[in-house]
Design a protein around this ligand. Structure first.
Ligand SMILES: NC(=O)C1=CN([C@@H]2O[C@H](COP(=O)(O)OP(=O)(O)OC[C@H]3O[C@@H](n4cnc5c(N)ncnc54)[C@H](OP(=O)(O)O)[C@@H]3O)[C@@H](O)[C@H]2O)C=CC1
Ligand SMILES: Cc1cn([C@H]2C[C@H](O)[C@@H](COP(=O)(O)OP(=O)(O)O[C@H]3O[C@@H](C)C(=O)[C@@H](O)[C@H]3O)O2)c(=O)[nH]c1=O
Ligand SMILES: [Mg+2]
Length: 292
C-alpha cells in the first residue's frame, strides 16, 4: 500500500530538499502549493484533508521574514501558530503523525552552552514568539507529534544568508557582518534528511520517540565567520569586517548565542550531523555548477 506524506512549504528551502530526498518506493509525496493548501485557513485545511488520505504530515510552511514579522504580527502568527494548530488537529483527527519544523529563535540567546530540548524558551521577537506558539499548538493538538528545531538554514534555493552574501559579495569588495551572534549554520538538505528519517519512524510507530528534538549541523559560527567561510569556499576576494550587533541595527532582536545541542536526536535516532563547513561547500558547489 502506498504511504502518502503531505509536505507543506514545498516551495521553501527545506520543502524543496525534502522532495529531493531518496524516499522508499512505496512513499508518495503530496506537495500542494499554498493556493491548494493555505495552512492558515481552517476552511482550506478541512477541505484538503477531506479530499486526501495521508500517512503523515511534515509541516515546512512558515512565515520566515524575521524583521518583517515585527510589523506583520498577524501574518506571522497566522502561518506560524494558527497553521500548525490546524494541521496538528487535522492530522490527529486522521490518526496520523505530524512532524513540525521550528527554530533556535525560540531562545533568548543568553545561555553560553548549547541549548538542549529541556532548556526554557524566551523568544526575543515576533517570529520566535509565533514559532513557539506553533510548537505548543502542535504538541497540544496531536500526541503523535515531533517538533524538530533547526537554525541558520542555508541552501541553493529561496532566500537565505548564504545567497545574500554571494550576491552582496559580487557587488562589493567589502562587507560588514556581525560577529557577536553565534549559532549553528545548517544545510536545508541535512535537515530534510533528518526529517525523512524521523517521519518514517513516526509512521512505522516502532519505539517511536515523539516530542521535541534539535537538529543542526555540527560546529558553530558567527554570521561573520559564516560569511568568511562562504567567500573562501567560493574563491571570492571579499573583505568581511567584523562588527557588533549594535553596529547593524535591525527591527528584530536576535539571540546572541543560539547553538543547539544534537545529543538527543543522536541518542534516540542515531542521527549525527556533519560539520557545517562541509555542508556549505556542497551548497557553494551546487550554486557555482548550475543556477538554481
Ligand atoms: N530559514 C531558516 O533559517 C530557518 C527556518 N526554520 C524553520 O524551517 C521551516 C522551513 O523554513 P524555510 O524552508 O527556510 O522557509 P522558506 O521561507 O524558504 O519557505 C516558506 C514556505 O512556507 C510556505 N508558506 C508560507 N505561508 C504559507 C501558508 N499560509 N500556507 C501554505 N504555505 C505557506 C511558502 O510558500 P510560498 O512559496 O507560496 O511563499 C514556502 O513554501 C519553517 O518552519 C522555519 O520557521 C527554522 C530555523 C531556521
Ligand atoms: C545582510 C547582512 C546581515 N547582517 C546581519 C543581520 C543579522 O544579525 C544577521 C543574519 O541576518 P539574516 O537576516 O540573514 O538572518 P535571519 O533572517 O535572522 O536568520 C534567521 O532566520 C530565521 C527564519 C531562523 O529561524 C533563524 O534560525 C535564522 O536563520 O546578519 C550583517 O551583519 N551584514 C549584512 O550584510
Ligand atoms: Mg532573514
Amino acid at each position: 500500500m502506498t504511504r502518502r506524506i503531505l509536505i507543506t512549504g514545498g516551495t521553501g528551502q527545506i520543502g524543496i530538499e525534502l522532495a529531493r530526498q531518496g524516499w522508499p518506493g512505496d512513499v508518495d509525496l503530496l506537495i500542494p502549493t499554498r493556493g491548494e493548501l493555505d495552512i492558515g485557513s481552517a476552511e482550506s485545511v478541512a477541505t484538503w484533508f477531506a479530499a486526501h488520505d495521508v500517512a503523515a504530515v511534515i509541516n515546512c510552511a512558515a512565515y520566515t521574514a524575521v524583521d518583517m514579522a515585527e510589523s506583520e504580527v498577524e501574518a506571522a502568527y497566522r502561518a506560524n501558530a494558527t497553521g500548525p494548530k490546524l494541521l496538528a488537529e487535522a492530522s490527529a483527527q486522521a490518526g496520523v503523525p505530524i512532524v513540525h519544523v521550528s527554530t533556535d529563535y525560540v531562545f533568548d540567546g543568553a545561555k553560553h552552552g548549547a541549548y538542549s530540548e529541556s532548556d526554557p524558551t524566551a523568544p526575543l521577537g515576533v517570529y520566535g514568539a509565533s514559532k513557539l506558539a506553533g510548537e505548543r499548538a502542535v504538541a497540544a493538538g496531536n500526541a503523535r507529534s515531533l517538533i524538530l528545531r533547526t537554525a541558520w538554514v542555508v541552501s541553493a534555493h529561496r532566500g537565505n544568508f548564504l545567497k545574500t552574501m554571494l550576491r552582496a559579495g559580487a557587488a562589493n569588495t567589502k562587507l560588514r557582518v556581525v560577529a557577536d551572534q553565534i549559532g549553528c549554520p545548517t544545510s536545508a538538505r541535512d535537515v530534510a534528511e533528518a526529517l525523512r528519517i524521523v517521519t518514517l519512524r513516526m509512521i512505522e510507530d516502532v519505539g517511536t520517540s515523539a516530542g521535541l528534538y534539535h537538529f543542526v549541523n555540527a560546529g558553530e559560527a558567527s554570521w561573520h565567520g559564516l560569511a568568511t567561510e562562504i567567500f573562501a569556499q567560493a574563491g571570492m576576494m571579499v573583505e568581511v569586517e567584523a562588527i557588533t550587533t549594535a553596529e547593524w541595527p535591525t527591527p528584530a532582536k536576535r539571540p546572541a548565542h543560539s547553538r543547539l545541542s544534537t545529543a538527543k536526536i543522536a541518542a534516540d535516532y542515531g542521527i549525527r550531523p556533519r560539520d557545517w563547513r562541509a555542508a556549505v561547500r556542497d551548497i557553494v558547489d551546487e550554486m557555482m555548477g548550475a543556477d538554481t
